[in-house]
Design a protein around this ligand. Structure first.
Ligand SMILES: Cc1cc2nc3c(=O)[nH]c(=O)nc-3n(C[C@H](O)[C@H](O)[C@H](O)COP(=O)(O)OP(=O)(O)OC[C@H]3O[C@@H](n4cnc5c(N)ncnc54)[C@H](O)[C@@H]3O)c2cc1C
Length: 328
């Protein structure tokens, strides 16, 4: 039986009563698909969450608040989304490809007899308006196009965080409906034990509007003291290339790139980073790129909006002084 559903659903994750911003990225992705098919977007919010109504002003024609789900309860959430999807019959369901989405999406695919395309960097439709997932393969050297074939269930896809910009609240007003999540089909094989917050005071690169990143050009781990000083002066988060992370200069959570995090800040400063394709794959969508490098011909300097040729140990202290002076 063919997929006869209609509409694009996005699964909006929540954490401790707060909506995750990836929901607004998924709405952007969903709108791009739905508008080509003349369909609407529905946001399915997992649990009551501050800000969830904002999705109805950002392009979702309907916001479905699924209540009664435990936090981090992958089984229960998958069961509740599947039950809602059987009733609502969407044609497509999108999830974020974070830890939670990667756990829930395959469970949903089994429950709904659906095809699943994972870790999309972009979505498109084929001539028959079926979902095609574009994903990075072979370390980002190749882009695969995967046609999501579904039997009776909706097409499913997980979308990389930051692959799409966040939909702005534009005043449009969809409806908001509260529904008790049907978790009767949940197997209950996972259990929420406890929550441990990251105690680090540093800004997270995933949500940062400004990022200062350091690479192998720093020469040694102490270079990150300079990167942190610049980041602090600018109110920016600290990023890194894999070369710096693999050298043990900075923890993995700072790594930008296809095997690290994808970021989309307003400003990305690459200090001593050559700009190999695997790094660029994680930050090339930044609004403004500034490169500081001794090699004017490296890919990062060519990709940058502002390329500063010079030794970062001279350029960055001068920049910090200039920022401090400008701020009095
Ligand atoms: C499967 C796979 C996945 C990968 N995933 C990632 C990933 O997610 N993220 C990632 O970053 N990489 C990734 N890589 C590694 C990637 O290919 C590069 O090796 C890495 O990005 C290089 O890091 P870098 O630019 O810091 O180092 P280099 O390429 O060595 O560049 C150092 C730069 O510093 C400059 N420099 C040196 N001294 C100074 C100075 N004093 N002042 C200013 N500039 C200076 C040099 O001119 C050079 O351009 C991956 C590789 C593979 C094979």
């Amino acid at each position: 039986m063919a997929n006869t559903g209609s509409g694009v659903w996005v699964v909006a994750e929540t954490r401790r009563g707060k909506l995750l911003p990836t929901a607004f990225e998924l709405v952007t992705a969903a709108k791009s698909i739905a508008s080509q098919r003349g369909e609407t977007v529905t946001a399915v919010v997992l649990g009551a969450a501050e800000g969830a109504e904002g999705l109805a002003s950002a392009g979702a024609a309907k916001v479905l608040l699924l209540e009664g789900l435990g936090e981090f309860a992958d089984d229960a959430c998958a069961a509740a989304i599947a039950a809602a999807a059987k009733a609502g019959a969407p044609r497509t369901i999108l999830l974020s490809s974070g830890v939670f989405g990667r756990s829930v999406a395959p469970r949903l695919a089994v429950a709904l007899n659906s095809g699943l395309g994972s870790d999309a960097v972009a979505l498109e439709l084929d001539a028959e308006k079926r979902l095609v997932v574009k994903r990075a393969a072979y370390a980002g050297n190749v882009t695969q196009k995967v046609l999501v074939k579904s039997q009776s269930g909706p097409e499913l896809a997980t979308v990389r965080p930051m692959a799409y910009p966040r939909s702005a609240v534009n005043g449009s007003h969809g409806t908001v409906e509260k529904v008790q999540g049907d978790v009767s089909a949940a197997k209950g094989r996972t259990r929420y034990a406890s929550f441990a917050a990251d105690a680090s005071p540093e800004l997270d690169i995933g949500a940062a509007e400004k990022i200062v990143s350091g690479g192998r050009g720093l020469g040694d781990p102490k270079g990150f003291e300079l990167i942190r000083a610049l980041a602090q002066a600018m109110g920016a988060a600290v990023g890194a290339s894999r070369a710096a992370v693999d050298s043990g200069w900075i923890p993995y959570k700072h790594q930008v790139g296809i095997t690290g995090r994808s970021v989309r800040p307003r400003l990305y400063m690459a200090c001593g980073i050559s700009g190999q394709i695997q790094h660029m794959g994680g930050m090339k969508s930044s609004d403004v790129i500034v490169a500081i490098n001794t090699d004017a011909d490296c890919p990062m300097m060519k990709a940058a909006n502002y390329a500063v040729q010079g030794d970062l140990y001279k350029v960055i202290p001068a920049l910090i002084d200039a920022i401090k002076q400008a701020r009095g």
